[in-house]
Design a protein around this ligand. Structure first.
Ligand code: MN
Length: 238
């Protein structure tokens, strides 16, 4: 693993001592359903989808993947490069005025953090970990609820400034939770962004009909979500 702080990137490399790749085959490597040895008697199993999936996931995250090999039987080295926001900058940050501190707070990177409470309603732990970490860098407080009922009780107790609501949730689904919130005067104007895993025809209409302000299909771009959140919170964010 290597950190490229100036370019806000992080690289992971995996090397093996396996069958290696001929120079001529490198270009075909990331094509779906492609096995370099595609003969019926081939010695290596697989669907030929693994690397195509890696490349798609890395693309979605705004990164890149590349491979080097010294040739057949000389092993290969795969490198994934992803955008990365350093949490602890080695560079001294300009001191914020007391006023700024009071209104925005500062995250570990010295960038301003909005004085806002975001409620993330999500039942997938991986998504929670990823989004909570990102949101915490930009907003003062991030609350997590793992089902619709928890979302309601957290909203009643903590009065978040905005809710990110997954639609498919145990106990009480996201759309029902939104509907219940909208029936209460306190929550009629609360910005709610619905997140759905699968784009199905009519999804958007159902989310908006339930009372969501926006509808986003996963996988979401964290930067896009942040832009959307900031639009609802008003003002700009660094
Ligand atoms: Mn879910």
């Amino acid at each position: 693993m290597q950190i490229d702080a100036p370019h806000e990137a992080i690289e992971f490399s995996v090397s093996d001592t396996g069958i290696g790749i001929a120079q001529a085959d490198l270009a075909r490597l990331f094509t779906p359903f492609t096995q370099l040895d595609s003969g019926l008697n081939r010695r290596h199993e697989g669907t030929g989808l693994g690397l195509a999936l890696v490349r798609q996931i890395v693309d979605l995250l705004g990164g890149s993947v590349h491979v080097t090999s010294a040739g057949v039987n000389c092993g290969s080295c795969f490198t994934v490069r992803l955008p990365w926001i350093p949490r602890f900058s080695p560079l001294p940050q300009p001191a914020a005025t007391t006023q700024e501190n009071a209104t925005t707070g500062r995250n570990a990177n010295g960038a301003s953090r909005k004085q806002a409470t975001i409620l993330l309603v999500e039942d997938n732990e991986t998504t929670i970990a990823l989004m909570r970490e990102y949101l915490r860098m930009h907003y003062q407080q991030v609350l997590v609820a793992r089902n619709g009922e928890e979302a309601l009780s957290t909203a009643f107790e903590q009065h978040p400034d905005l809710i990110l609501m997954d639609v498919q949730l145990p106990i009480l689904d996201g759309l029902s939770a939104i509907e219940q919130l909208r029936e209460l005067p306190d929550f009629q104007k609360l910005p709610i962004i619905a997140l759905t895993a699968l784009a199905m025809p009519g999804d958007r209409e159902r989310c908006l009909a339930a009372g969501a302000n926006e509808y986003v299909t996963k996988p979401v771009s964290l930067r896009d979500i942040r832009g959307m959140i900031d639009r609802y919170l008003g003002g700009t964010c660094s």
